[in-house]
Design a protein around this ligand. Structure first.
Ligand SMILES: [Cu+2]
Length: 610
């Protein structure tokens, strides 16, 4: 479509790579070009014919965990229906659940109600998800949050100092998730000071203890650190760097022809910690790995300004996407030890540079030896065979130009960012469904004005060809997702809280006054609160603690206090509290907001403030 072509020209102009792919002599094979989908789902046009329909009353096969981008939340979707089944407030305020309004959530958020979540990853045991935790970054305020999968609620938020633009985040896959790594995309002075020269700005790779949610250490680099990944043996973490130049303007960041994939050697990091080869900055152990001097980090040159790095489910390859180069870089992980030990050069770890298309961003896997790469400028998902790309590389340029690795190219609508296949970040990648998280929706939905939702597309990955089956509009702006088979998650998810995990849990209602401090303890049992009336004096500091004593699944109560801006929900056996100043005299009704009973409207009580 013409509008799409205009975008393509503009993007090429910005990136300054107009004729790069053509000049390199790369041409997409004709038979693949003619088989490109027109962005219209056509049932039965290729081999993949599984149904994505989930009939009323049926359940989905996978839990999808989505980052919410600027919304600051995490979402749960059912796959393949693409139905959103829950929002999990994380760094945002959510009035419907009371997140950011209660004493408990305020203590985690510390008065900040904006976030920018990009990457959600699960905890692992033996190279697959174990259904215990999710971790997610906040690029805005430089935090990492942990979500408990049993309740699907946020339980810890960690502030990370010395770093800005926490972007890539990944979890240890083997033997189990003890470490979580995250990358600082924006280089900054460490410690931060306005007078520093830009050559003294650094990228920071942070390692977090997954159970304690404490920082183990940070590794300080010259280049910036963008996307993150870990290997399948608990030995390495990875970071792409698109600004090895230490630039602070876009032209400086685009100056060098090559940037880097950084590989962090975990045994050497542990040794540096043991040998006390670090400085303590802002209370954090910071290991200096600048100027390549530490031996902790391997710098593998990759084509300029790379974006994603993803590890194949067999654990063999780390694949970087070119962004400004029309290629991906395939790094063989088995060669890394030799490179760290100086037996081979870092560049000798690269075993292929296959042509993919204009603007490769992220790669996912079908578990059958194929990679699927999102291509932003071309607006495509490109399926390609990893072994064939490596073989063609060995045979030389002529063999490469025939692009024997390309299996299929699917037009997506439009400008795709992340893509993810079911279970693709585990050893159990099953190649059933792929989600293309597109950055623009344009004409795919009814027009809703200048600001439009994003477009996510579901692709049948089970056949040889990629088959587009479903479009979903999604609130701005998911960046990434994982899709986990329900047999891992469903048995872990509980219908009620463990009431006494919260020491404030109320089993008997009552009012306790100590001077001007008043504690109101309230049970909520459909359709009554444990008290009908509370008497207060103007100026009292009031803490209301509410426990939902109904153990019935899905029977939630709300507590809202008229004109006092208080509104939260308690799920079965959950306790939440809120503290406020009784500064407006009069009669104020508190009421249940979450429809709970035939007499739900009668579930209310008075606060009388004299
Ligand atoms: Cu109620």
């Amino acid at each position: 479509m013409s509008e799409n072509k205009t975008d393509r020209r503009n993007f090429l102009k910005i990136l300054g790579i107009g004729g790069a792919a053509v000049a390199a002599g790369y041409v997409m094979p004709k038979d693949i070009l003619t088989s490109k989908s027109k962005g219209i789902a056509e049932a039965g046009t290729s081999e993949g014919k599984q149904s994505h329909e989930v009939l009323p009353g049926q359940l989905d096969d996978y839990y999808g965990f989505w980052s919410g981008g600027q919304s600051g939340e995490v979402r749960v979707l059912g796959i393949p229906s693409m139905r959103q089944i829950k929002s999990i407030p994380v760094f945002n305020m959510d009035v419907a659940s009371g997140w950011g309004i209660t004493n408990e959530s305020k203590a985690l958020l510390k008065g900040r109600f904006c976030g920018d979540t990009h990457h959600v990853h699960g905890s692992y045991t033996d190279r697959t998800y174990d259904g215990k935790y999710l971790f997610v970054n906040d690029k805005l305020n430089n935090r990492v949050a942990r979500i408990r999968i049993d309740y699907l609620e946020t339980d810890k938020i960690l502030d990370v100092p010395n770093i800005q633009g926490i972007h890539g985040l990944f979890t240890q896959r083997f033997p189990k998730t003890e470490w979580v790594v995250c990358n600082g995309e924006f280089q900054v002075p460490v410690p931060n000071r306005a007078a520093a020269d830009q050559k003294d700005y650094y990228g920071i790779h942070t390692i977090i203890d997954a159970e304690k949610m404490e920082i183990v250490c940070q590794v300080m680099m010259d280049g910036n650190l963008d996307l993150a990944a870990t290997d399948y043996n608990g030995k390495y973490s990875f970071a792409t760097s698109y600004n090895t130049e230490k630039g602070v303007t876009i032209s400086e960041m685009l100056a060098a022809d090559y940037d880097a994939l950084y590989v962090f050697n975990w045994d050497r990091i542990k040794k540096a910690l043991n040998d006390k080869h670090y400085k303590v900055i802002e209370g954090i152990k910071v290991i200096d790995a600048t100027k390549g001097k530490s031996g902790i980090v391997l710098e593998i040159p990759v084509a300029k300004n790379p974006h994603g790095v993803n590890v194949s489910p067999d654990g063999k390859y780390a694949i970087c996407s070119g962004k400004v180069s029309p290629t991906c870089t395939v790094v063989e992980i088995a060669r890394l030890d030799d490179a760290f030990n100086g037996k081979i050069k870092p560049k000798d770890c690269v075993v292929a540079n296959p042509f993919i298309g204009l603007g490769p961003l992220h790669t996912t896997f079908d578990g059958r030896g194929n990679a699927i790469t999102s291509v932003f400028i071309d607006s495509t998902n490109v399926k390609w065979n990893i072994a064939k790309a490596i073989e063609a590389e060995k045979l030389g340029e002529e063999a490469k130009k025939k692009n024997p690795h390309i299996v299929d190219v699917l037009d997506v609508n439009y400008q795709v960012g992340h893509i993810e296949a079911t279970m693709a970040e585990t050893k159990e990648a099953d190649g059933r469904w792929l989600v293309s998280l597109n950055k623009f929706s344009k004409d795919r939905f009814l027009n809703v004005g200048p600001l439009k939702n994003e477009c996510e597309q579901l692709v049948d990955l089970s056949g040889e060809k990629l088959r587009l089956v479903h479009d979903s509009a999604t609130y701005i702006e998911p960046h990434d997702c994982i899709m986990v088979k329900k047999s891992i998650i469903e048995p872990k998810v509980k219908d009620r809280f463990n009431m006494f995990e919260n020491p404030l849990a109320v089993t008997e209602s009552g009012v306790v006054r100590k001077g001007k401090k008043v504690t109101v303890k309230l049970t909520a049992n459909a359709p009554v609160f444990g008290l009908q009336k509370v008497d207060l004096k103007k100026g009292d500091e009031v803490t209301v603690i509410v426990t939902n004593n109904d153990e019935i699944a899905d029977l939630a109560h709300g507590f809202a206090l008229s004109n006092y801006n208080i509104n939260f929900v308690v799920a079965p056996f959950q306790t939440k509290s809120v503290t406020f100043k009784a500064d407006k005299p009069g009669v104020y009704w508190a009421y249940c907001t979450n429809f709970c009973h035939a007499l739900h409207l009668e579930m209310r009580m008075r606060f009388i403030i004299t």
